[in-house]
Design a protein around this ligand. Structure first.
Ligand SMILES: [Zn+2]
Ligand SMILES: [Zn+2]
Length: 176
């Protein structure tokens, strides 16, 4: 079962390339990039100035029946679910679909200073995290594990950039 990265209002080509290269080292399956024709404007909340992530996932669900694998949407837009101020991403537990927003992974968002290496590290962590949920993993208490929950950017930075041995076992063909 391959992994399909799907840019959706996502414009950082270099980050996408680096992500494909890194995931290809770690997973034995093929990492593909696909284009899906999805209009997410309907899921933009004018009140919150953010996109409702669960609705985006539901929309994409209808468009990916022909794909046999994990579909990870990547976006620059800021995401929310009603109970939370924002989310870095969302995934179906033991499912096929996930979404990762890099909006709040940019250091510019906090300090105004651009840090490409840090952006990449944060993006790989959050992508592995949401993919982990797709593979059936729940949150892990080990801070060295990428499946630790992160409610803020400090927690993204503190946690490890790979799965702990227990979590890694769940993902077939993971090699790190
Ligand atoms: Zn999570
Ligand atoms: Zn773990």
């Amino acid at each position: 079962m391959d992994i399909y990265l799907t840019p959706l209002k996502f414009y950082n080509q270099l980050l996408l390339q680096n992500l494909v290269a890194e995931l290809s080292k770690r997973f034995s399956c093929k990492i593909n990039v696909i284009d899906l024709k999805v209009n997410i404007d309907d899921f933009f909340s004018i009140d919150r100035q953010q996109y409702y992530s669960t609705q985006i996932l539901a929309e994409v669900l209808n468009l990916t029946d022909h794909i046999n694998g994990k579909v990870v949407l990547l976006t620059d837009v800021d995401l929310f679910v009603p109970a939370l101020t924002f989310i870095f991403g969302e995934a179906q537990l033991n499912g096929k679909h996930a979404i990762v927003s890099v909006c709040r992974l940019h250091e510019e968002f906090y300090s105004g200073i651009s840090e490409e290496k840090l952006l990449f590290e944060r993006t790989i962590k959050e992508t592995l995290h949401e993919l982990g949920h797709n593979y059936g993993l729940r949150h892990c208490l080990d801070w060295d594990c990428v499946m630790h929950s992160s409610n803020g950017i400090e927690e993204v930075d503190i946690k490890g950039n790979t799965y702990c041995t227990t979590c890694a076992k769940v993902i077939e063909g993971y090699r790190w």
